[in-house]
Design a protein. Structure first.
Length: 105
């Protein structure tokens, strides 16, 4: 991972104000080389019961017209190495944010 630019992330844990169950655990922003930011990244929990392990979803939008049944990526890492580094950074910041929020309670 030596060829990759510097990465940093900001993560905001999400709590549904209505206290309804939700898969959304947090919103994230990924900063790349202190020069570029990707917003709209989500941290979700898996659908399997009992598996609260988070995973990262990069921004996408639903198609329109003939492509209304498809989703299209808006921003995402290009290589597997970049994806792994970005996901690792975001999940580390997510776990820090959750631990910090639990310590304040």
């Amino acid at each position: 991972m030596e060829n990759l630019p510097k990465l940093d992330a900001r993560v905001r844990p999400y709590q549904d104000p209505s206290d309804r169950p939700t898969k959304l655990m947090a919103f994230a922003e990924l900063m790349i080389a202190d020069a570029f930011v990707i917003k709209g990244i989500r941290v979700l929990k898996k659908a399997e019961p009992g598996n609260d392990e988070p995973f990262v979803v990069f921004p996408a939008e639903k198609g329109r017209g003939a492509t209304a049944d498809r989703w299209f990526d808006l921003a995402h890492p290009v290589t597997a190495e970049a994806r792994a580094a970005a996901i690792e950074m975001i999940l580390a910041k997510y776990h820090q944010a959750v631990a910090g929020a639990a310590a304040r309670v």
